[in-house]
Design a protein around this ligand. Structure first.
Ligand SMILES: [Zn+2]
Length: 303
């Protein structure tokens, strides 16, 4: 084989997924436990990551660029990750510069939520969107917005931390210090805790949407948890839909699998009179866990 390939890496707290793409699609991929890098000295970590990338490039082909999506705050200009909470092993050193020296190609880093929305825009459920909103329901809530394919950023160059917008009727104090943050009630964490308190012998992550569909039919309390979850999700989402008017909203993350169960509660929170109606075109992610690494391949072209 000959030709040029692009590499994309999605670095999360648990796994680091690497993808090699050419214009026809994905040629190779692998996932490495992020903890593996934490066991290597800081001076050698970018070399180890570069070696994984090189090992995936088919013989005869050359690398054209490398894009990285990383969890937590990222300085897109200096190419440094600042995530002391869940990604310390790749934080506080010039990762992009070191990889650029080692590989000899353009390297760019952005936040993983931005990488994932780029993935859906170019390869998944968000194709041809004019304004694409993606809401990721995981440990917290991640939000990313693209305007004609271009990431929306704050004046400081960050993506907006919209999981921390306040929602009504929420007295909980968030770890960020504010009271009433959206993600304290609408992240997967809330759903998991509330289902596990009703079904204490059943581990949330071991079951799927069909299991919980049956559980909701048998136990009204379970159905009510999903309804409340949809409602909480909608109370924050209505603010984003009103402000940004996306044509497509994508739900991703592990709680998005339960969309059929929480949809009625979500609909209830988003429905209002026709004159003030908002676009409720909401679809689940098409790429799932792969969106971040695929979208990362595009990041070098945007900077
Ligand atoms: Zn908060």
């Amino acid at each position: 084989m000959t030709g040029r390939v692009k590499a994309g890496i999605d670095i999360g707290g648990t796994g680091t997924r690497i993808i090699i793409q050419d214009s026809a699609g994905t040629l190779n991929s692998k996932t490495v436990a992020t903890a593996e890098f934490a066991g290597i000295s800081k001076e050698r970590r970018s070399d180890a990551l570069a070696d994984h990338v090189l090992s995936l490039i088919p013989q005869g082909m050359t690398l054209a660029s490398l894009g990285i999506g990383a969890s937590g705050p990222v300085d897109t200009t200096s190419g440094v990750i600042y995530n002391k909470d869940t990604l310390e092993c790749f934080s506080f050193f010039p990762l992009a510069d070191e990889l650029n020296k080692k590989l000899g190609v353009k390297v760019a880093i952005d936040n993983d939520a931005v990488a994932a929305v780029l993935g859906e825009y170019y390869f998944g459920a968000g194709k041809n969107s004019k304004r694409l909103l993606m809401v990721t329901l995981g440990t917290g809530i991640g939000v990313a917005l693209l305007d004609k394919g271009k990431p929306f950023r704050t004046s400081g160059g960050q993506h907006p931390e919209a999981g921390h917008i306040p929602i009504s009727g929420n007295a909980l104090t968030c770890y960020c210090g504010l009271k009433g943050c959206w993600e304290t009630l609408a992240s997967r964490t809330w759903l998991q805790q509330n289902l596990e308190s009703l079904l204490p012998t059943i581990a949330f992550e071991k079951h799927d949407v069909h299991f919980y569909e049956r559980a909701a039919q048998e136990k009204e309390e379970v159905a009510k948890v999903f309804h409340r979850y949809g409602n909480y999700l909608g109370r924050g989402l209505v603010t984003l839909l009103t402000l940004y008017g996306p044509d497509i909203t994508i739900l991703s993350g592990s709680a998005a699998h339960y969309y059929p169960l929480f949809k009625p509660g979500l609909e209830e929170a988003l429905t209002r009179s026709d004159a003030y109606a908002i676009n409720k075109w909401i679809v689940p992610s098409q790429l799932g866990d792969v969106a971040g690494a695929l979208g990362a391949t595009v990041i070098p072209e945007l900077t």
